[in-house]
Design a binder for this molecule. Structure first.
Ligand code: TRP
Length: 409
């Protein structure tokens, strides 16, 4: 039996095929050779997930009675696992909970980091479900040149950025691994149960570990898998087994492919997933936005002046070299970063479509398009910063205390 499982996991293996033109997508790298970025349809095939198609969107709208969030409508969330099961169960009164997370590797989060949280907030409101948020300070101290104390501190800083997205304190639990795991025997027990199910050979295949990998990394995938088992949160769920739904960027899928293999063996439902595309770097869609390069990145705490400068200076343009050519030939929205960002942040579908038409025809110039983006983004960021400034240590503590949440199961 275990041989079968090994094969099962291994043939879902990651990237790094020998093909030089393949996109690389794993929890640590995102690189594409193409100006339009990663080929996401290929990724669905490679990972064996399902496309979020019109049928699923229609079902979402039927079940919730609401228009879906623009991140779903526009295909930013493009792939899923078992979302139909979640909706079917929800329709028959069976609840689910949301789980997502963040590896605190920088003290301020950036725009790309907000995407899964933005969808979580919408899902929490629309379905009225609890949400658990894992801050993997343990992961970051293991993988990066960051001291444990520093990673722990950044987890708390990041928690403020996350709370500022607007989560309901009565339905949200945020935890630092370094704090919670030592505090909660049920979590640790589930972690060990998961570790007992997965061999070194399997994680080697999935995560590319080798003989010189520190052992903390080798055990870590079980830490990220454990919140998928509801009994890891006895204050919230008691000992009830409830299915979870994980909105995350597609690079986190390897962790959950592993979890989906293990959880039925432990008597739990497989976690369902909603996968997002990457938020492109300012310099172009070949790579994702990264906190380690300030020039490619807009941080949640950037000032309006910084935002303006970064976009004007660094946002890759799909426009022509001269105004004359641009008017004649038009711009290319598929590679233009300002347009790509508007897809994430401009809610109004008609306005977005008008901008696309005008830029493609050449009626709208690159400088004008950048100004539109700056004018949309600046108030959003100011608002996020205003909400963050109001979060006192007391409020932070409320979200981060293990406790009963307000919902019925
Ligand atoms: N590993 C993720 C990161 O580095 C953090 C994380 C933990 C996460 N649990 C998660 C992300 C669940 C998405 C969903 O950012």
């Amino acid at each position: 039996m275990s041989g079968e499982i090994i094969n099962n996991i291994n043939h879902l293996n990651l990237n790094n095929d020998n093909d030089e033109n393949e996109d690389v997508v794993d929890p640590w790298n995102v690189v594409s050779k193409s100006e339009t970025g990663v080929d996401y349809n290929k990724l669905i095939q490679k990972f064996g997930s399902s496309k979020i198609d019109q049928e699923l969107i229609d079902r979402f709208e039927k079940v919730t009675g609401k228009k879906v969030h623009h991140l779903l409508r526009r295909g930013v969330f493009f792939s899923h696992r078992d979302m139909h099961t979640i909706l079917t169960n929800y329709e028959s009164g069976k609840p689910f909970y949301l789980y997502t997370g963040r590896g605190p590797s920088s003290s301020s989060m950036h725009l790309g980091h907000l995407i899964p949280f933005t969808l979580c907030k919408w899902l929490q409101d629309v379905f009225d479900v609890p949400l658990v948020i894992q801050l993997t300070d343990d992961e970051k101290t293991l993988w990066k040149d960051i001291k444990l104390e520093e990673a722990h501190k950044m987890a708390y800083e990041n928690a403020k950025d996350i709370i500022a997205v607007g989560f309901n304190v009565e339905k949200t639990f945020i935890f630092s691994d370094l704090d919670y795991i030592g505090q909660c025997p049920e979590f640790y027990r589930n972690m060990i149960r998961i570790q007992k199910c997965v061999t070194f050979n399997q994680v080697k295949g999935i995560f590319g570990f080798d003989d010189s990998t520190v052992i903390g990394k080798i055990g870590f995938p079980a830490v990220q898998a454990t919140p998928c088992l509801s009994t890891s949160f006895p204050d919230i769920f008691g000992n009830k087994k409830i299915q979870c739904l994980i909105p995350c960027a597609i690079d986190q899928d390897p962790y959950f492919r592993m979890t989906r293999d293990v959880s039925p063996r432990l008597g739990f439902k497989k976690p369902a997933l909603l996968h997002s595309k990457f938020f492109p770097a300012l310099q172009g869609a070949q790579t994702k936005m990264s906190a380690s390069d300030a020039n490619t990145t807009i941080f949640c705490n950037d000032t309006p002046k910084q935002v303006k400068n970064k976009i004007n200076k660094h946002a890759f343009s799909g426009g022509q070299a001269t105004v004359e050519d641009h008017r004649k030939l038009g711009g290319n929205c598929d590679i233009d970063i300002s347009y790509q960002y508007l897809k994430f942040f401009l809610e109004d579908d008609e306005k977005l479509e008008q901008i696309r038409r005008d830029y493609t025809s050449g009626a709208l110039l690159t400088g004008e398009l950048k100004k539109i983006l700056i004018d949309i983004l600046t108030p959003l960021l100011i608002e996020q910063q205003r909400r963050r400034a109001k979060i006192t240590d007391e409020v932070l503590k409320q979200y981060m205390t293990p406790r009963k949440l307000n919902f019925n199961i």
